[in-house]
Structure formats: C-alpha cells, structure tokens
Write a protein that binds this ligand. Structure first.
Ligand code: GDP
Length: 187
C-alpha cells in the first residue's frame, strides 16, 4: 500500500502542541507541560486511524532559548526534510491570544521556502471570552494569514481543553495531500 504520509506539528513552546497532538491522535502520546524549551528531539507518533505519521518538532521561540537553540530549529527541520523527501504537510500552531507572532512568521516563511504545504491550527480559543473578542481576533489572524498568502479555509480554530475543532483538523489531514513538485513532474 501507499506509504503513510508524514505530518509535522510545529509551533512556539507552550503553544499547546502536545495537547493538540494527543487530541488528534486520540491518545496521550505527547508529553504535555514538559519544561518549555527543553525538548530538542523529534518525536514520531503513529496516527493509525488517519494513516499518518505525526512528526512532533521541537518548539521554537522560547524566551530563554539561546541563539544556538534558535538556529538549531531550522537546521534540524531542514536536515529532516532532506532525509525524508519532504513532509506531506505541516500544521503550524498559532496561539489564539497572541499569534501569529514574529517567530511564527519566520517558521512559516521557512516552511514555505522548503515547499511544505501548511494548515494553521489556532490553539486555546477557549481563552476568547466574548463574541466580539472572538470575531475581532479571528479577523486579525485571517488578515495576517492572508498577508502571508494563505486563505481563511486553512485556519482551524481549536481548543484541546474543550475538544473544539479537532474533528475538522483530522478531516483536513485525512484528505490526500497536494502532490509534491516531484510527483507532479513524474506524471
Ligand atoms: P506545548 O509546549 O506546545 O507542547 O504545549 P502543551 O500542550 O504542553 O500545553 C502548554 C500549556 O497550555 C499547558 O499548561 C496546557 O494546559 C495549556 N493548554 C494546552 N491546550 C490548551 C487549550 O486548548 N486551552 C487552554 N486554556 N490551555 C491549553
């Protein structure tokens, strides 16, 4: 059969990445609330139901990270991309309360330069308390994404705590990924 697609989850430390991975996979595979900024390893989880391998990339942008640690992130992912001939997709996590930050934009730019298709999971949307807060923040996020060249259909509003938006993310990831350039050329 077809090789399982690899989907990377990327985001700033503490954005809620482990919690979202656990919701998507439907099991406690990723360790939550570990010391922020300390995890430098890649982790792989088998999402059997979605026939994907989830690639948990180390969080970036932790305030106490040294410049070496920050450079390490881009180095790690570009080496990884060389070895596995590209990811099917990346899920870029954006904190509902403050994103996309400058660091998120750097990560998005980097992934785009590596031709990785992206979708965006807005995390912790339960922190939006009022309807006007919700719609204002959504407009801000969508306009920032539009400025980067990504449409609102790629933004998924989630809360791992309240179990919101998870099914939508799963459904999107289950869709067969857009063909890579190499696949298109060989047709
Ligand atoms: P990671 O460092 O990006 O892997 O983030 P974690 O999943 O470990 O979560 C970091 C912190 O955010 C923890 O204190 C979580 O309890 C909290 N958190 C994660 N998801 C949510 C959410 O959906 N809503 C709220 N309010 N907090 C969350």
């Amino acid at each position: 059969g077809r090789r399982e697609g690899r989907v990377a989850f990327v985001g700033r430390s503490n954005v809620g990445k482990s919690s979202l991975i656990n919701r998507v996979v439907g099991a406690k595979v990723a360790q939550t609330s570990a010391q922020p900024g300390k995890t430098r390893a890649l982790h792989f989880y088998d999402w059997k139901d979605g026939r994907k391998i989830i690639v948990d990339l180390p969080g970036y942008g932790f305030a106490k990270q040294s410049k070496d640690d920050r450079d390490h992130w881009a180095g790690l992912i570009s080496e990884y991309l060389e070895v596995v001939e590209g990811l099917e997709r990346a899920v870029v996590l954006i904190d509902a309360r403050n994103g996309p930050t400058e660091k998120d934009v750097e990560a998005i730019d980097f992934l785009r330069s590596e031709s990785v298709p992206m979708l965006f999971a807005i995390t912790k949307t339960d922190q939006w308390k009022t309807q006007s807060d919700r719609s204002r923040r959504r407009r801000e996020i969508e306009s920032a994404l539009r400025g980067l060249g990504y449409g609102p259909e790629l933004a998924f509003y989630t809360s791992s705590e309240k179990n919101l938006g998870i099914r939508e993310v799963q459904a999107e990831l289950r869709k067969s990924a857009p063909p890579t350039e190499t696949e298109r050329e060989s047709r």
